[in-house]
Design a protein around this ligand. Structure first.
Ligand code: GLU
Length: 463
């Protein structure tokens, strides 16, 4: 049975990298009829916040990546305590009384000798009596895991065979106290108890893997299969961190990037499809995705590509009705988006946050000077041209006042060589803008009455 998990720490707003991990984990579960487990890793009491946890759960829901089981590590302290005690009783872990100063000294010495720091093992062989005495005397201690001095090998679905020399790791701290276990320990307990079959996560955890394997072996747990996803990088190849620019999923959602487009983009960010296909629905991904086509090297986050994909979804893929529904929340409440208005502007949008600006002229009377109505600055017959357009469109019945009918009627009265002299002032009278959708689409969006009203106003301006 495939059981996979997303194990985010709620120490910041849900990162776009977490969304990518979630997507791959979720797809893998779906492909294998497995279960997707969401485990909130909130053992760091100072940095974990409920609002961050909420941003993860809401973010996943918005992306449509729902989980089958949910756990919170802060509710599992007793379980971890039990295993910590077992490890200490069996001598596989031990209390370490070294003070921060002791450790700093060791570190400095290692630095001087230009060696990577490894804990000296000073407390690793204290007798039971000494340990008992120290605890009795109230000395502070942490719990260290006795790292085996051996090679630890594992096969990674993305990166292939990986080998670490655990003797270079040293005895790591796995708990600050019995009530404060640390990441590398709790992750092992949870992955084992939750029967996780595949650990799919970011590459930043690859160096933790040998530590976790050593711990799980010492407890006799079954080894899962690992898949480490490439880091997400900025264009300059620096790590995309929480500290610079937009990295939270919610930032992208608020800017009007559609969940479908974000998913499509995130999939392509680190996975190469077999051919040049670029648009993938979530169902396409379930049938096409494979871990062996996930790249090893870092994935550059290309905003232009994201824009391109989002534009594609807005202009062509999302059904009009659905787009209207979603768009409404991006514009002023008192403005009522209609399918006609959305259809007039959708091809021009990169994201839904552009919508308010793009549709504003439908809801507010345009303000412009009479001069701007003249094609190439020449007044010519502008007024008469507009008058004849009003004449012709007045004859179109209200229910038939759509783009096609308006275009047919208007184009029929425009001489071939005079398009600019008619269509420029027409479009300008309707939108008050140099750049806008075409006049026929605008008229359909405005409706008959408003369209005629605006053209009349332009005529007044010229007179
Ligand atoms: N909690 C860890 C993090 O947010 C991930 C743990 C894991 O996937 O093993 O980075």
């Amino acid at each position: 049975m495939v059981r996979v998990r997303l194990a985010p720490s709620p120490t910041g707003m849900m990162h776009i990298g977490t969304a990518r991990a979630a997507l791959f984990v979720w797809i893998f579960a779906k492909q294998n009829n497995g279960k997707f487990i969401l485990r909130i890793e909130d053992t760091d009491k100072e940095r974990s916040k409920k609002e961050y946890e909420d941003s993860i759960t809401t973010g996943l829901k918005k992306l449509g990546l729902e989980w089958d089981e949910f756990y919170r590590q802060s509710e599992r302290t007793e379980i971890y305590k039990k295993y910590l005690k077992t490890l200490v009783e069996e001598g596989k872990a031990y209390p370490c009384f070294c003070s921060k100063e002791d450790i700093d000294k060791e570190r400095k010495q290692a630095e001087k000798e230009k060696k990577a720091y490894i804990y000296s093992g000073k407390c690793s062989n204290l007798s039971k009596e000494i340990v008992a005495q120290k605890i009795e005397a109230g000395e502070d201690y942490v719990i260290r895991f006795r790292m085996p001095k051996e090679k630890i090998n594992f096969n990674d679905m993305v990166r292939g065979d990986i080998s670490y020399d655990a003797s270079l790791i040293g005895d790591i701290v796995i708990a600050k106290s019995y009530d404060e276990p640390l990441y590398n320990f709790v992750v092992v307990i949870d992955d084992a108890l939750m029967e996780i079959s595949h650990i799919i996560r970011g590459e930043d955890h690859i160096s933790n893997t040998p530590k976790q394997i050593a711990i799980l072996r010492s407890l006799g747990f079954k080894e899962p299969i690992y898949a480490h996803l490439p880091l997400i990088l900025n264009k300059d190849r620096s790590k995309m961190s929480k500290r610079g620019g937009d990295v939270a999923l919610v930032d992208f959602l608020e800017k009007g990037y559609l969940p479908e487009a974000i998913i499509n983009f995130l999939a392509l960010l680190s996975w190469h499809p077999k051919d040049n296909q670029e648009i993938f629905s979530i169902n396409d991904l379930i049938s096409e995705f494979s871990m062996d086509r996930v790249q090893k090297g870092g994935s550059i986050f290309d905003y232009e590509k994201l824009d391109w994909i989002n534009k594609k979804y807005i202009s062509e893929i999302i059904p009009l009705k659905e787009l209207v529904k979603r768009g409404q929340s991006f514009i002023k409440q008192e403005w009522k988006l209609t399918p006609e208005i959305m259809s007039a502007v959708r091809e021009r949008l990169v994201n839904l946050a552009d919508l308010e600006e793009s549709v504003s002229f439908f809801f507010t009377e345009p303000d412009y000077s009479a001069d701007s109505l003249f094609w190439k600055g020449k007044k010519g017959n502008t007024k008469n041209n507009l008058l004849s357009i009003i004449d012709i469109i007045s004859d179109i019945e209200e229910e038939k006042f759509n783009k096609e009918n308006i275009e047919k009627a208007v184009m029929a009265i425009i001489p071939k060589d005079k398009k600019g002299e008619y269509l420029w002032p027409l479009r300008f009278s309707l939108s008050g803008k140099k750049n806008s959708p075409g006049p026929f689409e605008i008229m359909e969006g405005l409706g008959k009455e408003k369209s005629i009203f605006r053209i009349n106003k332009a005529i007044d301006k010229i007179s």
